[in-house]
Design a protein around this ligand. Structure first.
Ligand code: VGL
Ligand code: ZN
Length: 183
């Protein structure tokens, strides 16, 4: 079974000091690094929230969030500890269109314009491990889209960060009931 690891939004905007600093985010990064190192040879794909400064999800435009992860700022960058695993063709940017909220990694594109789904198919992937931030939003939507696309999906619990603890705790059994493994 060909495997792949999808790392969602382990970028500075969701880490301590970021505009949307999430709970358990530093632990998520440390545990993700360990998880990747325990799976040598398995492709690692990165999803990055990457907004223009007038994005529709920001409060000034009527959205629910403070400005965060603006392209070109530190907030939009992947955590330094994960940089050794980053490959440009396996890095996907989402939320780039000012008029669209995109919580799913499936909406992202790499520099060549390819989608996550497309690249996973090209790699012959059958099993996807999903890690990252935030459980209730981007992790959830990405995992659900992967399942719908026909992949076997496992969410790795100790590699997650979340906005709200109640929301995080509620999301995991919901994902499980949909057919996503929680490890
Ligand atoms: C996310 C809030 C705003 C996420 C992105 O990736 O989970 N959450 N933008
Ligand atoms: Zn965002």
């Amino acid at each position: 079974m060909e495997k792949a690891i999808v790392v969602v939004d382990e970028i500075y905007g969701f880490l301590p000091g970021g505009a949307l600093a999430c709970i358990h985010s530093e632990e998520a990064v440390a545990n993700t690094k360990e998880f990747i190192e325990k799976h040598p040879g398995v492709p690692v794909l990165f999803i990055c929230d990457h907004h223009p400064s007038d994005h529709c999800s920001f409060a000034a435009q009527g959205g629910p969030w403070p400005p965060h992860c603006v392209a070109g700022t530190r907030e939009a960058e992947i955590h330094d500890d994960l940089l050794p695993f980053v490959q440009e063709e396996l890095t996907f940017y989402k939320g780039c269109d000012p008029a669209q909220e995109q919580y799913s990694g499936f909406d992202g594109r790499n520099e060549a314009g390819q989608s996550l789904d497309e690249v996973l198919q090209l790699l012959g992937t059958e099993v996807v491990y999903v890690v990252g931030i935030a459980t209730e939003y981007c992790v959830r939507n990405t995992a659900e889209d992967l399942l719908r696309a026909g992949f076997k999906v496992t969410v790795v619990e100790d590699c997650l960060g979340w906005v709200d603890t109640e929301g995080h705790k509620k999301t995991l059994p919901e994902l499980k009931s949909e057919g996503i493994k929680i490890q």
